[in-house]
Design a protein around this ligand. Structure first.
Ligand code: HEM
Length: 523
């Protein structure tokens, strides 16, 4: 049997070849240079600076470029103008103040158009689809809405405390389970017990890994020459795996929504993001498939980022603990005492713990390249430099957060930086959550998770360097971080021990009560 998709007459083939050649020539034609920002000379007019970008930790190279050429650097990545921002001030001016024209996203042909059928808001250009998606995220995650998730965050954090007491050496797994479970409870109303077996976690993790693997700049020619999309399928085998993944994603994302639907019918559905979207389906004018993909958002954007940030906090404890832990514990003892765990109500009374949270986010920003890059939708001029329409704009948080002009001795973990206000643009005194119309809609949720866990861990445990069998303290490497979209610490040893039998008893007692309440999310 022949498959009609894969047959083509010689005339059709000839037309395709002529068309593709024309498209390639058009895409590769040299462009007129205006007063572009400074940057390193491209290696060739064809690939521009693409081959100079290191495959590993490109944020370090970007930082060097900003040190050499200034806060706004121009690169040409393939045919795409690319702007790298290296100071908080330049990023604020360009991505916040010029937000109406710098809040789109570059085209992600493999990840968004082919693999996701344009259904993932995070990679979506700023059209009506993105606006609708963004509005529902705001409705469910901005400050007031995110307060409704505090009880679940608190319960999951109590389980984390108990797990850290019992098997402290598995601290990373415990943090990951807790962060994942918060996100999955909030999205679908069901818990995560085991990150290696839970199907929501495993399927989402596969999707994220696949997305990362195909979103590598330069991996696919079609990203530079979109006209190749018009070639017939048999000439574009690179589509196959992405399309296969699209089918897998649609199947499980839809199935998870259907589970919530049937729980709603039985009156057993916990309040969740998915339930809200289903209840407001008509008002929001969203299709079932849009709802299914929207429900994949909090996991994709919120699980690894929260886990990575808490892991960086633990690394700071192992590396710099004596310089800040005693002061934090003094504050916690004065405000909380020894008979209960800290709660969200203590937030206002714990300025030093809050400063530790902010310093964690600053010191090692998990979204190290500022999350997904922005794209400009109009030409504009910034400080005499011409930024072309269609530029990819990267706010390199590694450089921005390690800029000694804003954060002297930047690799030192020093919460004191956040004990008083500095002249720094934006609401947080750091830039961890990005900019403008694309600013992280999960920031309140994330800050709540990070605050409650940092407060409780410091309240309940002594943390410091682990010791080898001879009793010698094991140093940790504060630069040993993963590559990839989100950068998190590689495994490191740390000593975690309850501060006293009283603290341990409180942790175990509060967790016992929490487990009863958490059962509601198991059915
Ligand atoms: C420590 C935790 C987190 C950090 C550091 C973080 C950071 C970021 C950053 C830097 C961006 C890019 C902003 C920009 O383009 O300028 C972003 C976008 C985003 N974040 Fe977060 N995030 C965190 C947690 C979360 C959580 C828990 C959620 C759950 C809802 C979330 C949802 C999103 C979404 C949906 C976007 C894309 C927004 C858009 O494209 O319009 N994030 N985040």
């Amino acid at each position: 049997m022949t498959n009609s998709r894969f047959t083509m007459s010689p005339l059709e083939l000839g037309l395709y070849v002529v068309f593709a050649t024309f498209a390639v020539v058009l895409a590769l034609r040299p462009r007129k240079a205006k007063n572009l920002p400074p940057g390193p000379p491209p290696t060739s007019w064809l690939v521009g600076n693409r081959n100079q970008i290191p495959k590993s930790k490109p944020w370090r190279w970007f930082q060097e470029l900003n040190n050499q050429y200034g806060p706004v650097v121009y690169l040409q990545v393939g045919r795409t103008p690319t702007i790298v921002l290296g100071t908080a001030q330049a990023a604020w001016e360009i991505l916040e103040k010029k937000s109406p024209v710098t809040s789109s996203r570059p085209r992600f042909i493999m990840g968004q158009e082919i693999m996701s059928n344009n259904m993932r808001g995070l990679m979506s250009t700023n059209g009506p689809f993105w606006k609708r998606w963004r509005r529902v995220l705001h409705g469910s995650f901005m400050q007031k809405a995110s307060d409704t998730y505090k009880p679940v965050q608190s319960l999951e954090s109590k389980q984390l405390m108990s797990e850290l007491t019992k098997t402290p050496e598995k601290y990373r797994k415990h943090i990951e389970r807790s962060a994942n479970s918060v996100v999955v409870v909030i999205t679908y109303g069901r818990r995560v017990h085991d990150i290696y077996k839970d199907e929501v976690v495993c399927l989402n993790r596969d999707t994220t890994n696949f997305l990362i693997s195909i979103n590598i700049p330069g991996k696919y020619l079609v990203e530079s020459i979109p006209a190749l999309l018009y070639l017939p399928h048999f000439l574009t085998p690179w589509r196959t795996a992405a399309l296969k993944h699209r089918a897998i994603d649609i199947e499980y994302l839809t199935r998870l929504v259907n589970e919530v639907k049937s729980k709603m019918k039985n009156g057993r559905a916990q309040l969740s993001f998915c339930r809200q979207l289903l209840e407001n389906r008509e008002k929001n004018d969203m299709t079932d498939l849009e709802i299914a993909y929207a429900c994949g958002t909090p996991f994709g954007a919120g699980a690894d980022t929260t886990t990575g940030s808490l892991a960086s906090f633990m690394l700071a404890c192992a590396a710099f603990g004596p310089s800040f832990i005693p002061k934090a514990q003094k504050e916690l003892d004065a405000v909380v005492g020894h008979d209960r765990l800290p709660t969200f109500e203590d937030y206002d009374d714990l300025p030093y713990v809050r400063a530790i949270m902010n310093e964690t986010l600053r010191w090692r920003p998990v979204a190290v390249l500022g999350g997904t890059p922005h794209a400009s939708t109009e030409d504009f001029v910034y400080e005499g430099m011409y930024i072309p329409k269609g530029s990819t704009i990267i706010a390199n948080l590694w450089g921005i957060h390690l800029n000694p002009a804003d954060f002297p001795d930047p690799h030192r973990f020093d919460p004191e930086r956040f004990m008083s206000k500095r002249d720094y643009p934006g609401p947080w005194q750091h830039s961890s959550f990005g900019y403008g119309r694309r600013v992280c809609p999960g920031s309140y949720l994330a800050l709540n998770s990070i605050f409650i866990n940092i407060a409780r861990i410091l309240w309940g445990f002594n943390l410091g360097k682990a010791r080898d069998k001879n009793g010698k303290a094991i140093d940790v490497d504060t630069f040993a971080y993963t590559d990839g979209f989100n950068s998190a610490p590689l495994p490191f040893p740390i000593s975690i021990t309850p501060r006293s039998p009283t603290h341990e008893a409180v942790i175990l007692r509060e967790n016992e009560v929490a487990q009863e309440e958490l059962k509601a999310y198991d059915s």
